[in-house]
Design a protein around this ligand. Structure first.
Ligand SMILES: [Zn+2]
Length: 166
């Protein structure tokens, strides 16, 4: 049972997630996700949706900290690799730990793109492009909805001189 659940999670992606409504087992895992996620998070993380550009919470967000997966909390990106791509989506030129993100070829919409997914929960994050800044030229184009932000605790302590309470 557990194994089949894990396999279902591993293979639930852009193509399979949209045709899962008739399968009882898959529907069970879908219900679990629906309970955890908002409808918009579910649409993007589990059904590979895309938020409209310049609308998300983080495309114009400049605080210091770590961007985590909104599905499972896995740390994905540091604010230190975030940059202004002009795309309207949060863009990063590197991952915090590349082993936390996996890639898959996405052939939806008549394009061949590299889809980015959370390694831990399989949630859809966005796509990887090759038009990023030097030296690697990578652009991790991520939906704000797929992210949650954790403030850098060291930076917050530096900013507040009265940080000595216990
Ligand atoms: Zn995740």
């Amino acid at each position: 049972m557990l194994l089949s659940f894990c396999v279902a999670l591993l293979f639930a992606g852009c193509t399979s997630a949209q045709q899962d409504t008739k399968n009882d087992e898959t529907q069970t895992s879908s219900i679990d996700w629906s309970a955890e996620l908002s409808p918009e998070q579910y649409r993007i993380l589990r059904q590979c949706g895309t938020e409209p550009p310049f609308t998300g919470e983080f495309w114009d967000h400049h605080e210091r900290g770590v961007y985590q997966c909104a599905g499972c909390g896995s740390p994905l990106f540091s604010s230190q690799t975030k940059y202004e791509s002009g795309s309207g989506w949060p863009s990063f030129f590197g991952a915090l730990d590349s082993s936390n993100i996996r890639t898959r070829v996405d052939r939806e919409h008549g394009m061949i793109r590299t889809e980015l997914l959370c390694q831990s929960c399989g949630g859809h994050l966005g796509h990887l492009f090759n038009d990023g800044p030097a030296p690697d030229g990578l652009r991790y184009c991520i939906n704000s909805v797929s992210l949650q932000f954790e403030h850098d605790s060291i930076a917050s302590k530096e900013a507040s001189p009265k940080g000595e309470q216990h």
